[in-house]
Ligand binder design. Structure first.
Ligand SMILES: Cc1cc2nc3c(=O)[nH]c(=O)nc-3n(C[C@H](O)[C@H](O)[C@H](O)COP(=O)(O)O)c2cc1C
Length: 358
């Protein structure tokens, strides 16, 4: 165990522990999970994508309006659980059609931090401009991406990122932040390669106060200490928090995690055109064989969607909602490679106590 934990300062916000629970859509990290993580001293992150599906005011025809309302309501609910000291974040994917609306809704709803990836968040400061206290944290997989984002932000908006989440495609869940399949296992994108490079870049170009947060494959305190030894000042963890009593997903979703073996974990080319890691549910097994039948597109939710444009692949929003609700036959169950280490439900507070006994 390291002698002293690094302090994770994200703009004006500082969680008790240098830990961010990663945003997991659709609705896997909703207000309940985020609220409990924040209450226990980490940054609790609500994933904004498709949040409406969790609320009774979504009627199947008002997806975009309902999402905006759901973002605000979810932040309120998470804050109620977390208490005034808790740090609440919103994870928003750049690839969403209504990205700008989610960012504005989160800022108006009183979020502390916005974490944003699945594309380069080049215009994020524009959408958050009236809320300088909201910390803005891009997710990147390379120094090149971090450099592009910070140069553009500085030049156009006179602001720099408040931190970077560096996510490795080798172990992470969901969309993997690289565009090609052969990059997923490429050592050039490993935490050991990129975190020290990114830390050096940030210190040289942006100053000593901007933290790098490591993500992908982190499970134990040893993993966390290793990330700190590379220069990270925080870690982001997803998979381990999805399967908690407080997790927002259905019991069937969590059971799929408990049952998963190594053979069940696959990489797919998602409808968004990015590789993603997921469980081989019957639906995904059919997709990999090339004969999947999709449910209809629910809302034009992605700016680039191969299902909408070419009728290839499938409606990802629908498949993720099916997974969240526990439909094993038809769902897309995103997961990190550590899903094989999930053996039981745990309480958020117990996980955080185990990771940070101090
Ligand atoms: C079920 C699931 C859904 C995810 N959805 C998103 C998402 O909507 N946006 C995003 O930026 N990352 C998403 N991720 C990535 C996580 O936020 C996190 O960075 C990653 O899973 C970290 O790796 P780990 O799972 O090995 O801890 C998702 C991950 C999982 C497991």
């Amino acid at each position: 165990m390291t002698a002293k934990l690094p302090v994770l300062q994200l703009g004006k916000h500082r969680p008790r522990y240098p830990l961010i629970q990663g945003g997991m859509g659709v609705a896997i990290s909703g207000p309940r999970l985020a609220g409990h993580v924040a209450k226990s001293g980490g940054v609790g992150t609500i994933a904004s994508v498709g949040l409406a599906c969790n609320f009774s005011f979504y009627n199947g025809r008002n997806y975009f309006e309902a999402n905006v309302r759901a973002v605000k309501e979810s932040i309120l609910q998470a804050r109620e659980i977390a208490g005034p000291e808790g740090v609440i974040a919103l994870n928003c994917m750049v690839a969403l059609t209504d990205y700008d609306r989610h960012i504005k809704a989160a800022c108006e709803g009183g979020v502390d931090v916005i974490v944003s990836g699945a594309g380069l968040p080049l215009r994020l400061p524009e959408y958050a401009k009236d809320f300088p206290d909201v910390a803005l944290v891009p997710i990147v997989s390379s120094v090149k991406a971090a450099s592009l984002i910070s140069r553009r932000w500085e030049k156009t908006y006179g602001r720099i990122p408040d931190g970077f989440v560096m996510e490795t495609p080798k172990y992470a869940g969901g969309h993997l932040g690289v565009t090609k399949m052969d990059q997923v296992d490429d050592e050039a994108f490993s935490l050991d390669s990129v975190v020290p490079e990114l830390v050096a870049f940030v210190e040289r170009e942006l100053g000593p106060d901007i933290p790098v947060i490591a993500a992908g494959g982190i499970w134990t305190r040893e993993d966390i200490d290793h990330a700190f030894s590379l220069g990270a000042r925080g870690v982001q963890m997803g998979t381990r928090f999805a399967c908690t009593y407080e997790g927002d997903a259905s019991d069937r979703f969590k059971q799929a995690y408990i049952d998963a073996t190594e053979d069940d974990v696959v990489i797919i080319q998602s409808p968004a055109g990015l590789p993603g890691r997921a469980l081989k549910s019957p639906f995904i097994a059919q997709y990999l064989e090339g004969n999947v039948e999709s449910k209809p597109c629910i809302a034009n939710c992605l700016t680039h969607c191969r299902y909408r444009s070419e009728k290839k692949t499938f409606c990802i929003a629908q498949a993720l909602i099916d997974a969240y609700r526990g439909n094993w036959e038809e769902g897309l169950f995103f997961c990190g490679s550590n899903v094989t280490r999930v053996t039981e439900l745990q309480h958020v507070a117990d996980i955080i106590r185990e990771l940070f006994p101090e």
